[in-house]
Each structure stands twice: as C-alpha cells, then as structure tokens.
Design a protein around this ligand. Structure first.
Ligand code: FDA
Length: 308
C-alpha cells in the first residue's frame, strides 16, 4: 500500500524539492540512472552490449508544460540518434520515448507530440534503429496508440508499451498483435483508479499472462518487460508452445534491477534489453522505482535520516 501513497506524495512540489536537493539522494538515484549526460549513457550501453545485452535508451523527462520544452526533448533525442548513427550498433540499441515529454498533455497536445516525435523516428530509422513509445497514465493511452498508428504507416517497426493492469490491455494486445506490432508488455507503474485498472497484484499478474498469450499467439513481437521470475518462466513456456523461435521475442529489464537475472537469460541465448535512462529530470522515474518496492523506499529514507 506504500506505493500508491508515495506516487501521490511525489506529485507535491515541496517533496520534489526536498528529495532532489538532499545530498544523499544522488547515490541512490545512481543505482537506477547511470548518468545525467548522453556520453555517460552511451558508455553504459557499450558496456552492457559488450556483455551480450541489448539496450533501449530513455532521455528522462515527462509532462512538459510548454511547447519549447517539447522541442528540447525532441532535440535531446536527435542528439542521441546522431550519437548512435554510424557506430554499427544496429538493433542492439533502440530508443524509448514518453510522449508527455513531447507535449502530449498540452492543449492540442496530440498533434504537438506527433509533430515533435516524427523527426526522432525518422532519425532513428536513418541510424538503423527504432523507437518504442512508453505507456504513461491511462488518460494518455488512446492518444499514444493513435500516434503509434500514424508513425507505423511509414515506420512499422515503431513499438509501444502496454500496461497489463489496465482492463483494456488484452484487447489492445490482440489488436496490436494482429498488425504484427512490436509490443512491450509491462505490469504498469502509475496510480490508476479501480474503474480502469486491476488493483490487486494477483489480478495484474493474471492479466499479464493473458496479454502475453494474446501477443505471442497473435503475431506480435513481444518485449517481455518484467523482473518477476514467475512471469519470466511463463513467458518462456508460452513462447515454446506458440512455436516462437529464440529471436521471436525478447526480455526487457530496467537498468540496475536484477542484473544477474539479465546475465542469466542472455547466457541462455535470449535477447535481453536493458532500459537505460539518462538526463537531469530523473525525479518522476526515480519515485516510480521507489514505489515499486518498499525495500527501496526504506533504504532511501534510512539514508536520509542517518546522514543529515
Ligand atoms: P514486480 O514489481 O512484481 O517485481 C518482481 C521482482 O523484481 C521484485 O520482487 C524485485 O526482486 C524486482 N524489482 C521490481 N521492481 C524493482 C525495483 N524498483 N527495485 C528493485 N527491485 C525491483 N511501466 C509503465 O507504466 N510504462 C512503461 O512504459 C514502462 N516501461 C518499462 C520498461 C521496462 C524495460 C521495464 C522492465 C518496466 C517498465 N515499466 C513501465 C515498469 C513496470 O510497469 C513495472 O512497474 C516494473 O517493471 C515492476 O514490475 P515487475 O514486472 O518487475 O514485477
């Protein structure tokens, strides 16, 4: 129950200032965010790909409040695409974007976000890579899927995240699978009302399995994004029963979470992609990681108390 409370408290500006400025915050953040600069993110990715993993980059930022900030997000991703171009990394690297960083929540935001993200998808394509749209709170789902459909007209490899906790997820998975989409399946990290999303962990896990089957049996390229050992095992067996080849799906995990499991799956021959966030706007991402696991929050609070 701590998770929803923390996600609600995290929206307070006072708490944001307190957490962002506390000197002890930085080392805890570094567990999940390997650097604020692009060159640090690229160096991390090169280390991970050297270890046989693959990577998706996320330039941190979300919910921008004006169009100029949306353009800054676009430019950050164009710089990333530039850094990736010509280095022969191929599909070992890709990019994840949050459309709210591209202005999706502004008035007329759907069109603003589509206009801002299109050049990023074009640049990714020129660099030999692809983009996956992250899933944010449920009020954005319809717009995100519409942006995806528009982008896939020219760039069919563009992917999207689907949150299993949403009641609509299984139907979305079926529709996306029918069009052969790349779909990252996640449990879901936002605080959602009971009118739209499962609230109990067991119900979310069951929904995750139903979505997995819809994707793997329905023709999608499934990106199985979870650290949950039970769901990882279920994914392997659903894939086997669906007759998928080893490169017919992949596992994804977040930077800093269960790295031994990442290495174990890669050693078994699975494609394992690590989500590598970077940038200065880490607060929202960081609080979602704390909310997912009470132990993270307890560790963070203890370090605040013991060093002040
Ligand atoms: P669960 O939370 O049950 O965790 C299983 C185990 O993993 C835990 O017991 C623990 O060992 C470990 N673990 C999980 N989270 C941890 C943490 N924060 N710190 C330490 N250990 C942890 N969500 C979303 O709403 N939109 C999105 O676009 C994305 N994108 C995304 C990409 C990728 C690659 C991943 C892996 C996840 C996301 N998510 C996401 C987040 C997702 O919705 C979910 O909140 C987290 O993955 C945690 O759920 P698990 O499936 O790992 O299971």
């Amino acid at each position: 129950m701590l998770g929803p409370v923390l996600l609600a408290a995290a929206r307070s500006d006072g708490i944001r200032r307190l957490v962002s400025s506390a000197p002890v915050t930085r080392p805890v953040v570094e567990r999940f965010v390997p650097g604020e600069r692009l060159d640090q993110a690229v160096a991390t990715a090169d280390r991970l790909t050297g270890d046989g993993l693959t990577v998706t980059f996320d330039h941190l930022g979300e919910n921008v409040s004006d169009a100029a900030a949306a353009l800054r997000a676009r430019d950050a991703y164009l710089a990333l695409a530039d850094a990736l171009a010509g280095a022969g990394r191929g599909d070992r690297v890709e990019m994840s974007v949050k459309l709210s960083a591209f202005g999706q929540a502004l008035p007329g935001g759907h069109d603003i976000a589509l206009r801002a993200v299109l050049p990023v998808v074009e640049a990714a394509d020129r660099a030999g890579t692809t983009v996956t749209l992250d899933a944010e709170d449920h009020t954005t789902t319809e717009s995100t899927l519409a942006v995806l459909a528009a982008l896939r007209e020219r760039f069919p490899a563009t992917g999207v995240a689907v949150q299993a906790y949403l009641f609509r997820a299984e139907a979305d998975c079926r529709a996306l699978a029918a069009s052969g989409a790349r779909v990252r399946l996640v449990k879901g990290a936002y605080r959602e009302p009971p009118t739209v999303a499962h609230q109990r962990r067991a119900a979310v896990d069951l929904a995750y399995v139903r979505c997995l089957r819809a994707l793997m049996e329905g023709g999608a390229y499934a990106m199985v994004a979870t650290h949950d050992p039970r769901l990882i095992a279920v994914a392997q067996s659903v894939a086997r029963r669906a007759g998928l080849p080893g490169d017919g799906y992949e596992f994804q995990m977040l930077y800093g979470i269960r790295p031994q499991e990442q290495a174990r799956l890669a050693a078994l021959g699975h494609r394992v992609r690590v989500y590598v966030p970077y940038g200065t706007d880490w607060y929202g991402y960081f609080t979602r990681r704390l909310a997912e696991r009470p132990a993270n929050l307890a560790f963070f609070l203890r370090s605040l108390v013991s060093r002040r």
